[in-house]
Ligand binder design. Structure first.
Ligand code: GLV
Ligand code: MN
Ligand code: MN
Length: 424
């Protein structure tokens, strides 16, 4: 067998088929395509998500992989021919998108994983353990909160029964929608613990492009806090009601939006804050709103600072509501502490990139990822490729083919090295 150990210093001669990978990204991106753009919308467990799932599953089937679907709809495809019970080296990501998404976020990690496995199987490499690629349900959290739902349930971070009852804005449940699209599977939850997990993903930010570096070795993911606020006031006529007699939830929402922006600026460092949803009822020009629903997304690499930001935010909400005479209820949609990845896996990524002649830097992820859930159960790290103009969660999201191929080749090298390493 070829010596694949990290100590061997051998550079794998194998290369992925970059053209096949990009043509699959394009084919998948055509499902739910947003007209006139290169973006797509495949919110989790919609008909378009089902069509995307079916397409990727066809490719996995054609390769003869062993495919399982678990109770939260995660799909894992493993190289055949190994004794059951030998833990695989796993890669993967998600194929759901936000409503204004691109074709690379998540999809790259899944299709690059498939490409790595196809490359290894075609080369008939003799591996000590199988490689596996998965996609995890509702990573985006754009339809069902929290984000990373499928991988959270896979690693035992949320009970399956609870996850299946989560509803979207129309009251449709995860369980009902999984059943409707035919992806309510029976593979056990929590899922089997992989030997190691490594995820390739686009950076979704501007750092690699700005610094002219081709790849990132991701060593951490920042903490995430999502809150939904429902603010109830008194709807009334916009022309007849004196300002002093108003109880306007829209004004309170606006104050909260400005407050969290200023809080992030005041905290500085890694602190970010976003009000992505501000939804007025009845949303009419001449009516003071009765109700506003809004979301606040706070993130920081430092958990204590994130907690301090949350405390200030909640105190401000209470004061602003009292001052306007409105009521507010707060619901936590997602709360994940920051995550540190396995240094040995990050080092393997750096070494593989260097051997392939690619520039690489260590970095922290600003976005949430399925890998951060796997870090709870096995050695894990991530590879980032640059995002043109640093744009993601947007239809203009784009990554250059050469960068995609570079990332996939490093994924290939790292998966082979992980397969040969005992990591104990
Ligand atoms: C998931 O994409 C996130 O919001 O970080
Ligand atoms: Mn993603
Ligand atoms: Mn995303």
């Amino acid at each position: 067998m070829t010596d694949l150990s990290p100590e061997s210093g051998s550079v794998q001669p194998l290369r992925v088929n970059g053209e096949r990978l990009i043509s699959r990204l394009d084919e998948l991106g055509a499902i739910g395509a947003i007209e006139g753009t290169i973006g797509c919308a495949r919110l989790a467990l919609t008909d378009d998500d089902k069509a995307g799932r079916d397409l990727v599953r066809t490719w996995m089937d054609e390769l003869g992989l062993d495919i399982t679907v678990d109770g939260i709809g995660n799909v894992i495809a493993t190289m055949p021919g190994f004794d059951h019970g030998i833990a695989p080296v796993m890669t993967g990501s998600h194929i759901d998108t936000v409503a204004t998404g691109g074709r690379y976020d998540g999809n790259l990690g899944v299709l690059a994983g498939l490409e790595v496995i196809e490359t290894v199987m075609t080369a008939r490499l003799d591996l000590p353990r199988p490689l596996a690629v998965g996609w995890f349900t509702d990573e985006e959290g754009a339809r069902f909160a929290p984000d990373m739902l499928g991988s959270l349930v896979y690693v035992g971070g949320l009970a399956l029964e609870e996850a299946l009852t989560i509803t979207d804005r129309d009251g449709l449940s995860v369980g009902g929608e999984l059943e409707r699209i035919g992806y309510l599977g029976s593979a056990p939850i929590p899922g089997a613990v992989p030997h190691a997990f490594v995820e390739l993903h686009i950076e979704q930010g501007p750092i690699l492009e700005d610094e002219g570096i081709q790849l990132g070795a991701v060593e951490a993911v920042q903490g995430i806090s999502w809150t939904e606020l429902t603010i109830i006031g008194q709807s009334c006529h916009a022309g007849t009601t004196p300002m002093r007699l108003r109880r306007d939830p829209g004004v309170v929402a606006a104050r909260i939006n400005v407050f969290v922006r200023e809080l992030a600026e005041r905290f500085g460092g890694a602190q970010v804050a976003t009000c992505g949803v501000v939804s007025h009822v009845p949303n009419l020009v001449n009516v003071v709103p009765s109700k506003v629903t809004m979301t606040v997304d706070l993130r920081n690499t430092d958990d204590a600072t994130l907690e301090a930001a949350e405390a200030e935010f909640h105190a401000f909400v209470a004061d602003a509501a009292a001052a306007e005479g409105v009521t507010v209820t707060a619901r936590s949609l997602a709360r994940f502490a920051s995550v540190e990845f396995d240094d040995r896996v990050a080092e393997m990524i750096e070494a593989a990139a260097a051997e392939r002649g690619h520039s690489i830097r260590r970095m922290c992820s600003g976005a949430g990822h399925d890998a951060q859930m796997f870090a709870r159960i096995c050695p894990t790290a991530m590879i980032f490729t640059p995002s043109v103009n640093g744009i993601s969660h947007n239809v203009t999201e784009y990554t250059e083919p050469a960068d995609i191929e570079a990332g996939a080749n490093v994924l290939l090298d790292v998966m082979l090295r992980l397969a040969a390493s005992d990591l104990s």
